[in-house]
Ligand binder design. Sequence first.
Ligand SMILES: Cc1ncc(COP(=O)(O)O)c(C=O)c1O
Length: 303
Amino acid sequence: MSLERLSAGLAREVASMQAEGRAKAPERVIVDYLPPQGSRGPRYRLAGSDLDYIRMNSNSYLSLSHHPDVIAAADAATHRFGAGPGAVRFIDGTFQAHVDLEERIAGFTGRPAAKIFNSAYTTNLGVALALQNDRTFWIGDELNHNCIIRAMRIARVPSANKAIFKHNDMAGLQRCLDAIPATGIDRVVVIFDGVFSMRGDYAPIHTIHQILAPYRDRFYEGLVTIVDDSHGIGAYGDTGRGTEEICGQRADILVGTFGKAFGVNGGFVSASPEVIEAVRQKAQLPDHDQHGPGPRLPGDGLG
Ligand SMILES: Cc1ncc(COP(=O)(O)O)c(C=O)c1O
């Protein structure tokens, strides 16, 4: 069997991850959900145990994942359109429900346009790929979510074209702005989490805008902010508009997830129609980053 030696090699790699304390814990399998009863909240059953558990590590902050209206809407959409789209968006996989959701989320977040993805992770990747070119300079908070950091790497942002400031350190942000090369940069993007996942504090968007103000006109294509408010959107602020609502100011571009307060799955970006169209067009690796033109294989181009 050709997999035998590969399997043994991979098992050795995983064993050394375990020895170094870098391996993930075994998966706990949820086998049942027990709805709230009276004053007792929901409980979960785990494989291999007879106990009922309170779940403290769920991001479904408002329990919308079990809300009857959400379940009924998912049910109705499935009965109308099927359990899957049968194609990617750009090959006739766009359904009215996608378009409706994009309009609703654009309206909810106060922007003219939005695009949905299958996660906030891939949304950040799509946005990074869309905005990155060799004249883009990126500035980020050191505690930005891992997927923003990965997105920068996958979008091949060179180290000379990025700067990182200490968490929520506005003097540090100012130093990053001052360090932008005097020539060769047309657009600057400042990217940060809204509510930071590891700490629960949030980016002071209003203060960030004040710091950026004197720099805004220095670059041919401007200086813009992106907030990834995956933890804040839906859950934070009087109307659930997240960190922007708390700070009383919006970023230029908003990224969020549907996988936390909204209780389902997926991600979105809200911005101008031009940014959203650029994301739709450019949310893929540039050709030179794929495997080159190479020989075409049967099935190439089908998705
Ligand atoms: C700031 C931030 N962005 C993105 C994500 C990933 O969201 P998703 O599960 O939709 O990919 C998380 C998840 O914890 C997050 O905290």
